[in-house]
Design a protein around this ligand. Structure first.
Ligand SMILES: Cc1ncc(COP(=O)(O)O)c(C=O)c1O
Length: 399
């Protein structure tokens, strides 16, 4: 567990940077609304990252870039320290400019047209799309609510439905852990059961673990697919990135861990001529984040946890028309608006509250909205207050 009680840095998470006019998708795409949608945070990155970028910029030469030794050392150090994967070498890494690209490459590496890819919705919307890049079919077996090995009710895999839906043409299972948008951290037992499912049906497991450094529940640990037994590695592609945690998504850097030589060869071959070189600055930011960004990360997690708790408290107290379930990871909250009885809750809140949330539709359920609380608390509360006022006005109008 990597949580802290006392702040370790003097970073002020309550400071709100002005992002309008900086080309930020979140703020500039729909300028008429206050944004709580796309998954980046309204915090400056830690000093270690900003300073590493300054040093690299000051060099002044920006030719094509390779993953430099410092980056590989920082990534391998992180994988050993945090995920116990001290067996890895730079041979096992594939550096990439983005994670959605990695999901697509995995499909293209493993599937022929007519094969299929399994996902469980609701899930980050590109999961619905990447199979098509390989001409493959999509099999969606939605998460259901229920008990998982005696736990309280939670979002779980529908194991029985998965057994029914899988076919001899299914090649790949795309896992999102921690889960965006559900905020669930799957247990070791669930990941092992998933691995067993993949082995029995001869599937490759692609584990998107981009949110794995954002576990907010102190008593929950992320069980990376990298911890599965050696015998599983021939069918495993694990994807990680510093982009969500240290708020550098706009720089574009991701890495895949693929230990099986043949699978890695196919993954790299699937690139064809479709993948550009990685941004030279991104790799220096990533190095600094993984090498020096841990104290800031711990402070961030503590701040986000308090935001999350304040959000839960506000929604339960002030907006009984909305329903929220448990949440253990990410700065994204999946909010059930189905009892409002409006066809498109995201549009409703845009029009009536002036705020832009993520529409649950492309994630698999339009009756949900996803609220991004990766921002200063006062700003988060303003958004929630605007939602409450919109609902109160609606109730007063009797609709
Ligand atoms: C689960 C998940 N995977 C991938 C991404 C996007 O990664 P990238 O911007 O590197 O393509 C996101 C962004 O929200 C995400 O939530």
């Amino acid at each position: 567990m990597r949580q802290s009680a006392m702040p370790e840095t003097d970073f002020d998470f309550n400071e709100m940077p002005e992002r309008r006019g900086t080309g930020a998708i979140k703020w500039d795409r729909f300028p008429d609304y206050v944004p709580y949608w796309v998954a980046d945070m309204d915090f400056r990155s830690p000093d270690c990252v900003v300073e590493a970028l300054h040093r690299r910029v000051d060099h002044g030469v920006f030719g094509y870039a390779n993953a430099h030794a410092g980056l590989e050392e920082a990534v391998l150090g992180y994988l050993a320290r945090v995920h116990g994967a001290d067996r890895l070498t730079s041979q096992d890494l594939v550096h990439l400019p983005g994670m959605v690209l990695a999901l697509s490459l995995a499909c293209r590496a493993v599937c022929e047209p007519g094969d299929s890819v399994m996902i469980s919705s609701p899930v980050y919307y590109p999961f619905f799309k990447v199979a098509a890049d390989a001409g493959a079919e999509l099999i969606d077996v939605p998460h259901i609510r229920g008990e998982e090995d005696g736990t309280a009710e939670t979002w779980r895999f529908d194991w029985e439905a998965m057994e029914t839906a899988v076919t001899s043409r299914t090649r790949l299972l795309l896992l999102c852990n921690p889960q965006n948008p559900l905020g669930r951290v799957f247990s070791e037992k669930e990941i092992r059961r998933l691995a067993d499912f993949c082995e029995r049906h001869d599937l490759v497991l692609v584990a998107d673990e981009i949110h794995c450094d954002l576990i907010l529940e102190p008593d929950q640990d992320h069980f990376s697919a990298l911890r599965l037994p050696d015998s599983f590695r021939e069918r495993l592609i694990t994807l990680m990135a510093p982009s969500k945690t240290w708020n550098i998504a706009g720089l574009g850097y991701t890495f895949a861990v693929i230990e099986d030589d043949e699978l890695r060869r196919k993954f790299n071959a699937a690139k064809g001529c479709t993948v550009p070189e990685i941004n030279a600055l991104a790799m220096f930011a990533a190095e600094a984040a993984y090498r020096d960004g841990e104290p800031w990360r711990r402070d961030l997690v503590a701040y986000l946890r308090e935001n999350r708790d304040a959000l839960v408290d506000f929604v339960r107290r002030e907006m009984p028309g909305l329903n929220i379930h448990e949440h253990a990871a990410t700065y994204l909250y999946w909010i059930d608006a189905s009892t409002l009885g409006v066809p498109n809750p995201c549009q409703f809140f845009a029009k009536e509250a002036g705020i832009f949330l993520t529409d649950g539709g492309p994630f698999g359920d339009r009756q949900f909205v996803r609220f991004n609380f990766g921002c200063p608390r006062a700003h988060m509360l303003e958004g929630l207050e605007a939602m409450k006022e919109a609902l109160d006005r609606r109730a007063a109008a009797g609709s």
